[in-house]
Write a protein that binds this ligand. Structure first.
Ligand SMILES: [Zn+2]
Ligand SMILES: [Zn+2]
Length: 220
């Protein structure tokens, strides 16, 4: 059943009371995400040494890999309770999707960044648990340049994800929300926020490659 704006408003009030600490700052969260993420990405790029033509292939291949990881991560643990990844499910299905439905997509204040951006602890966890082992494997199997390009591309992709997702939940008149690409992709994400469709349609938050490949793309 679609959540009414009143029940969303009640959920938002409860969420702010229970999950947003007094000292929380939306802008600080934003600055950490893009400052720390951007610094790690720059750090990876600074390690590159005379990259050969075949090594540059790591950029498009990593982008496709991360797109599919985004798709399966969202279709899997973000919408299904999974051992060891409970926090991801809680934050996404039980909080993000109740804070925003297809009828109530817009934040009320900068403090609501809390309900959109990944928490810093999960960002560091994903870096340590997934990006670091994959990078070490690539450095061994391919070359250090390939590993650093994978790191930089993954980070860049993640920041692009955070930017787009935040833009989808800004007021429609905001200049970022009015960018043509953002407006087009936001329509797909709005369909995903329909409670009846959230576990079945439009799992890519960035570009709908995984949804197109696996038959879950809905343009309405
Ligand atoms: Zn969303
Ligand atoms: Zn979702």
């Amino acid at each position: 059943m679609p959540a009414s704006p009143e029940s969303v408003a009640a959920f938002r009030d409860a969420y702010r009371r229970e999950h947003v600490p007094e000292r929380y700052s939306g802008w600080l969260h934003f600055a950490f995400t893009f400052g720390f993420g951007g610094a790690v990405m720059l750090g990876c790029l600074l390690q590159l040494r005379s990259v050969s033509a075949w090594e540059w292939l790591a950029v498009p291949l990593s982008a496709v890999y991360v797109n599919l990881a985004e798709y399966w991560g969202h279709r899997g643990p973000m919408h299904h309770l999974t051992r060891g990844l409970r926090l991801v499910y809680e934050r996404h299905t039980r909080q993000h999707h109740r804070f925003f439905t297809d009828a109530t997509m817009v934040i009320d204040a900068v403090r609501d960044f809390r309900a959109v951006l990944f928490p810093p602890v999960l960002m560091v966890f994903f870096l340590a648990a997934f990006a670091l082992p994959a990078g070490l494997l690539l450095a061994t199997l391919a070359s250090p340049n390939v590993a650093w390009l994978f790191g930089a591309t993954s980070l860049g992709y993640f920041l692009n994800y955070e930017f787009l997702h935040l833009a989808y939940h800004l007021p429609p008149r905001h200049p970022l929300a009015r960018l043509p690409l953002v407006a087009r992709l936001k329509r797909l994400h709005t369909i995903h926020h329909d409670p009846a469709r959230m576990a079945a349609r439009n799992f890519n938050i960035t570009y709908p490659l995984g949804d197109w490949l696996f038959g879950t793309l809905e343009r309405r």
